[in-house]
Write a protein that binds this ligand. Structure first.
Ligand code: UDX
Length: 447
């Protein structure tokens, strides 16, 4: 198959490289000349484990190339994927579809022969219909089919997720497109990944429903964690205890500082807007969005409490800035809200992240001091706060930390340390949903 990938950001680049690795011929297109120039020189503009080797080997094999021009690749392709961004629109939270529609218009002008146009970007229900309308408007006689094929990959594990998906969802209204999409994904369903064909609108909604459900699951366990703290229970054991029930499942039940990233915050908000507009509000998701928004900043209160009620003039060391490990992505990262809140309360902030500091410098107050490593970050600090669970933070030498810190206080927002181990070394320990409180008694409210 000949595939043109319009948009070489996260989803476009990973998908394009993986399709090439399946043996298809792929041209990744992007308007950003610096991005395409970098890719042509073998430099990958995003941090994703394994992507540089995957791109290099497929470029060398002659199956993957890059272009800033859309017309030729589209004319050449059997399948054109739209993988451009759909950020939250400023002001109203709806997904901004201007890049998708602009791409559709340009694709329409250049298509030759029967062409399958696939939206891979996360797009609200009905976008496929609009893309179809735009193409027909530009080229009333064009021979094409518009397909929805959402992407479920996670940053940091993107290549593995793409190559070993739980399922592939394809929404279409045209039988010819079914054959083409079957051919595109043949290497995967031969590996027994279920290929779910459905209608286009259903496919578009599946993506939002999946992300909203996962965001809700995280938010559920985060609220249970708060409850654990109030009543003296342990959220990790609650999580294990409920997750072993197959109907619930153990994944996405790690309590933490709230979800962030490029997808959950924007997609939950977009689903809320779509549902409100259609007169069918999704109240569980509305609550999820509101709870998660307040949670991030509220994490600063945990730090304040761990510091004895005040952080004014104190130095707080933050380990981990990105929204999760193995990425340099800072979008909607909990660290942003937590650091801002600590600074508002008068704290001095030092921070270290293995990959995120370059982006963080543009987003955080210039007074933040960036460290060269975890021990440098902890030097002289009144408390150390783990915000992102990078592997290199999982086995810190606590004795050494204790020696360099002004006060041995650890706030572990990802529960990567065991309270007993840390306290044994003379630290005070605050985790998520793991308090040792024993003052709650049954019937307390009735008294
Ligand atoms: C997510 C979806 O998983 C993926 O299917 C979709 O295509 C894009 O959005 P991603 O944003 O890369 O992927 O990261 P993910 O690993 O899902 O984590 C999202 C956020 O949830 C992170 O901030 C993470 O720390 C948080 N999280 C995740 C938790 O707090 N607890 C968990 O148990 C799982």
């Amino acid at each position: 198959m000949r595939i043109a990938m319009i948009g070489s950001g996260y989803v476009g680049l990973v998908s394009g490289a993986c399709f090439a690795d399946f043996g298809h011929d792929v041209i990744c297109v992007d308007k950003a000349a610096d991005k395409i120039a970098a890719l042509k020189e073998g430099r990958i503009p995003i941090f994703e484990p394994g992507l540089d080797e995957l791109v290099a080997s497929n470029v060398e094999a002659g199956r993957l190339s890059f272009s800033t021009e859309l017309a030729e690749p589209v004319a050449w392709a059997d399948v054109v994927f739209i993988g451009v961004g759909t950020p939250s629109r400023r002001g109203d939270g709806h997904a901004d579809l201007s890049y998708v529609f602009a791409a559709a218009r340009e694709i329409a002008r250049s298509m030759q022969g029967f062409t399958v146009v696939v939206t891979k970007s996360t797009v609200p229900v009905g976008t496929g219909d609009e893309v179809e309308r735009i193409i027909l408007q530009e080229r009333p006689n064009a021979d094409f089919a518009v397909v929805s094929n959402p992407e479920f990959l996670r940053e940091g594990a993107a290549i593995d997720d793409f190559k070993r998906p739980d399922r592939i969802v394809v929404g279409l209204e045209d039988e010819r497109a079914r054959d083409v999409m079957s051919e595109v994904y043949r290497p995967l369903y031969l590996n027994s990944a279920p290929l779910l064909f459905t209608q286009r609108r259903t496919s578009e909604l599946i993506k939002y429903a999946a992300n909203a459900f996962l965001a809700m699951k995280i938010t559920f366990i985060n609220e249970i964690a708060d409850l654990c703290e109030s009543v003296g229970a342990n959220v990790q054991e609650v999580s294990r205890g409920i997750g072993l029930d197959n109907r619930i499942g153990s994944k996405f039940l790690h309590a933490g500082p709230g979800y962030g990233g490029s997808c959950f915050p924007k997609d939950t908000l977009a689903l809320v807007k779509t549902a409100q507009d259609s007169g069918t509000p999704v109240r569980l998701i509305e609550a999820t969005v509101a709870i998660n928004d307040t949670r991030k900043r509220a994490m600063a209160r945990k730090v304040v409490a761990a510091c004895g009620g005040d952080v004014r003039g104190k130095t707080i060391a933050i380990l981990g800035l990105t929204f999760k490990p193995n990425t340099d992505d800072m979008r909607d990262a909990p660290s942003l809200a937590i650091i801002q809140a600590l600074q508002d309360l008068g704290a001095r902030v030092k921070a270290y992240d293995p990959e995120g500091m370059a982006h963080a410098k543009h987003l955080l107050d210039p007074s933040v001091v960036y460290a060269t490593g975890p021990y440098d970050c902890a030097e002289g600090a009144d408390a150390l706060v783990i915000v992102t669970e990078w592997n290199q933070f999982r086995a810190l030498d606590l004795r050494r930390l204790g020696e360099v810190m002004a006060k041995p206080i650890l706030v572990d927002l990802r529960n990567i340390y065991a309270r007993d181990d840390v306290e044994r070394l003379g630290f005070s320990y605050t985790g998520i949903g793991t308090s040792t409180r024993r003052d709650y008694r049954v019937g307390m409210a009735a008294e």
